[in-house]
Ligand binder design. Structure first.
Ligand SMILES: [Zn+2]
Length: 297
């Protein structure tokens, strides 16, 4: 069993998601809270310039810049594209990373509660998801599998990939004590799990748990000028992880007309009316409900 030696906690990857930024400030003052006997915990403010300006990003979304090909493409030289290269030098390199595991802290304006997002079926990571959910039964497992080298998330810099903790709803650019406490609790469980993994003391975990797998993002309706012409239907607002069936109210046009969901079969919404997605006129993500299996480690 390969052991975990270096764990990175990253926050402010989106500069206006302040929960992670302030948890890092707190843990820099109280490093013993995140210290464990069997590995080193390091902390990194991922996007300081965007954070200083209370913006999600300066030039590009940082959390989409970590594909191996993009990290090695020196024609990509926007602020976040350069930050990704710096973080790759600091935590990676992606092909053979120094850091074993990355815990990246995010918030959402959507009503997603405590969502544990992971992009790999690595048994270490799936085990962490099941472990944290045992401790925090209200947590939802959000699975978006990708090849680690193709994965564009910051967490993919970790040798075992990592874990994205996404808590909401909270507006951009502010702190809420409940969201702060939830996020802090989840991180401490993650660290306890990695310690138990190293020490061979992970408690019995289920073999499978229900979760949601990402299918696709859905654009808001637009006119020929590319302007938004409808919003999420009020019946859908705040209904993250609830079923959406064909014919269900989906959008409401500016003049109040209901547009139904016209897909096939039942899906589930996530990131419903996420403010950060308005730059691309994305209204929500569609998910399918799945059983997530934990392969033998
Ligand atoms: Zn974020």
């Amino acid at each position: 069993m390969a052991s975990i030696k270096h764990v990175a906690i990253t926050g402010g990857t989106h500069g206006n998601e302040l929960t992670g930024v302030h948890l890092l400030k707190h843990w820099r003052q109280k490093p013993q809270e995140v210290a464990r006997s069997s590995f080193v915990t390091e902390m990194h403010l991922a996007n300081p310039k965007a954070n200083a300006q209370n913006r999600r990003y300066i030039d590009q979304d940082l959390n989409r810049q970590f594909k191996l090909a993009d990290l090695n493409n020196h024609e990509l030289c926007g602020y976040e594209q350069n930050r990704a290269k710096s973080l790759n030098a600091l935590l990676g390199p992606k092909e053979d990373p120094r850091v074993d595991f990355v815990i990246d802290l995010h918030t959402t304006t959507a009503n997603m509660g405590m969502s544990l997002i992971f992009n790999t079926d690595d048994p270490l990571v799936v085990g962490m998801a099941f472990y944290v959910q045992q401790k925090m039964p209200h947590a939802t497992l959000f699975f978006d599998p990708a090849d680690r080298l193709e994965d564009n998330f910051l967490t993919s810099l970790g040798r075992h990939n990592g874990f994205l903790i996404e808590v909401g709803p909270i507006p951009q650019g502010l702190l809420r004590a409940d969201v702060y406490n939830e996020t802090k609790t989840a991180v401490l469980h993650c660290l306890d799990y990695l310690e138990a993994y190293n020490l061979g003391t992970v408690p019995d975990l289920p073999e499978r748990r229900e979760g949601y797998r990402f299918i696709r993002k859905v654009q808001l309706p637009e006119n020929e000028l590319g302007e938004i012409t409808a919003m999420l239907h009020p019946a859908l607002q705040d209904q993250d992880y609830q079923p959406i069936a064909p014919g269900d109210p989906f959008f409401m046009t500016l003049d109040g007309e209901t547009l139904p969901y016209d897909g096939d079969g039942v899906v589930y919404g996530a990131f419903i009316n996420e403010a950060a997605y308005y730059d691309a006129h994305v209204g929500l993500s569609l998910m399918e409900k799945i059983q997530i299996e934990r392969k033998p480690g």
